[in-house]
Design a protein around this ligand. Structure first.
Ligand SMILES: Cc1cc2nc3c(=O)[nH]c(=O)nc-3n(C[C@H](O)[C@H](O)[C@H](O)COP(=O)(O)OP(=O)(O)OC[C@H]3O[C@@H](n4cnc5c(N)ncnc54)[C@H](O)[C@@H]3O)c2cc1C
Length: 415
């Protein structure tokens, strides 16, 4: 595949963009693969990429029931940070954040990583204590964060209202190298690199059954026929429960819709990402000028991918306390994605009761930021059959052993 470069852009400009190649192939499935990955979201594609790059395993199919990146990967609010409290979480999220720094070069695809800084506002005394504790923990973990004063918050974000009617801003947890990236570009960049390595990305193909013999996976049933495989990786976010059911085991995961919205585009007015967890709202400005606003999860389990007016009202009402300018914006669109939430709000990267079958799920409201680190760790698990250091704490066995990785504060509202 030809590399993208400034020279290529200039060349194509002269010939009316007629010379670009297709970014990835759309093949029919082969009869058999070494590895089948179900789900062409960011995590599935990143797993495929690192299987090829780090282990030389390229006889891989990524099977997607819709279009690649069309699940939560293309529906999230793109926040990237690694300021988690527990050591295993900080390790995997920081690995991911550091891979985002060079992702555009590594994939030869501009994913628009923008380390503009992320702050989580402290608006109660409890939040001050919590975020100061996280800042201390992060410094021990090698994650650069600091607790900043309200004055510094105002310097970094002049449009904020510090003395909100219910909850004044009392400080913030600030991660200067957190930020955003263009979500679908992340999926497209990985897809292009995987296709270039000879892997098959098979879209519009739903996995409908898992074939097994003597407790081991032998293949999958799909809407394009049966396909054999030596190993299976299930990476389907909100649909994880369905796939586990096909495999004959259960997961401690709930599927819920999480909603977001964007405003009409306006001139640049905010160059940081801000989360207000007490009032429950967060916001950043996209490169197009839209204010990207995140809401909460629905109050009941469901599989819808739509926004609802009830949520819009709650989210915007909360955000107006800290950002009064939001009241004068028009909404452009709103949507939802089916997220997969575990009891301790930490992900699952694990072997399963089924031999040669691995699962990666439970990223809940915050898995976009983890995509490269998760793909790296999952590739290790699939290639070796056992987790290495990054994934070792995130096994399914922790729910039997009561060894929870409690990230309910870091992941409760903030994404
Ligand atoms: C509104 C919203 C805002 C969010 N904001 C953030 C944020 O700011 N920062 C952050 O870090 N995270 C955020 N997240 C979470 C993040 O988007 C997810 O954790 C992450 O995208 C999960 O990626 P994935 O690859 O695991 O899943 P997905 O991208 O959902 O991919 C799974 C794929 O599996 C496919 N699939 C399912 N069943 C089958 C089947 N039977 N056969 C074949 N294919 C199948 C689906 O079609 C889908 O494409 C947000 C999520 C939402 C919904």
């Amino acid at each position: 595949m030809k590399r993208y470069s400034a020279f290529a852009i200039a060349r194509e400009a002269f010939r009316h963009h007629t010379g670009w190649e297709r970014a990835w192939a759309s093949p029919e499935p082969k009869k058999e693969y070494d590895v089948i990955i179900v789900g062409a979201g960011g995590h599935g594609l990143a797993t495929a990429f690192y299987l090829g790059k780090n282990f030389g395993i390229t006889n891989v199919a990524v099977i997607e029931k819709g279009w690649l990146g069309g699940g939560n990967t293309g529906r999230n609010t793109t926040i990237i940070r690694s300021n988690y409290l527990q050591d295993p979480s900080a390790a995997i999220y920081e690995k991911a954040r550091s891979l985002y720094e060079t992702m555009s070069q590594d994939l030869n695809y501009n994913v628009m990583f923008s380390p503009r800084g992320v702050m989580m506002l402290a608006q109660t005394q409890a939040e001050i204590r919590g975020y100061q504790r996280t800042a201390h923990a992060n410094n021990l973990q090698g994650v650069t964060t600091e607790f900043i004063t309200p004055q510094r918050v105002k310097e970094l974000c002049p449009i904020i209202e510090l003395s909100g009617p219910r909850y004044p801003v009392l400080g913030a947890l600030w991660q200067p190298r957190g930020g955003t990236a263009r979500h679908d570009a992340v999926a497209w960049g990985y897809a292009r690199a995987c296709s270039d390595m000879g892997m098959d990305i098979i879209q519009q193909c739903e996995v409908t059954g898992i074939k097994q013999s003597r407790g081991k996976v032998t293949g999958v049933e799909t809407t394009k026929g049966a396909i054999k495989t030596k190993k299976l990786a299930i990476i389907v976010a909100g649909n994880s429960g369905d796939l586990a059911q096909m495999g004959g085991f259960r997961l401690p995961v709930e599927s819920i819709s999480l909603q977001a919205l964007v405003s009409e585009p306006i001139k640049p007015c905010m160059d940081v990402v801000i989360m207000a967890n007490t009032v429950h709202g967060y916001m950043s400005q996209s490169d197009k000028g839209e204010m990207v606003i995140g809401g909460g999860t629905d109050g009941y389990n469901n599989f819808t991918q739509r926004g609802s007016f009830h949520h819009l009202e709650e989210t915007v009402r909360a955000l107006i306390e800290t950002f009064p300018m939001v009241s004068r914006l028009k909404m452009l669109r709103h949507w939802g994605g089916i997220i997969d939430i575990t009891g301790d709000r930490s992900p699952i990267l694990s072997k399963t009761p089924l031999g040669n079958c691995f699962i990666n799920c439970g990223w809940g409201t915050g898995g976009f930021k983890a995509i490269p680190g998760s793909g790296w760790a999952m590739a290790e698990l699939v290639a070796d059959g056992e987790p290495r250091e990054l994934a070792s704490a995130f096994g399914l066995d922790r729910f039997q052993e009561g060894r929870f990785i409690d990230e309910s504060v870091a992941a409760g509202v903030a994404h």
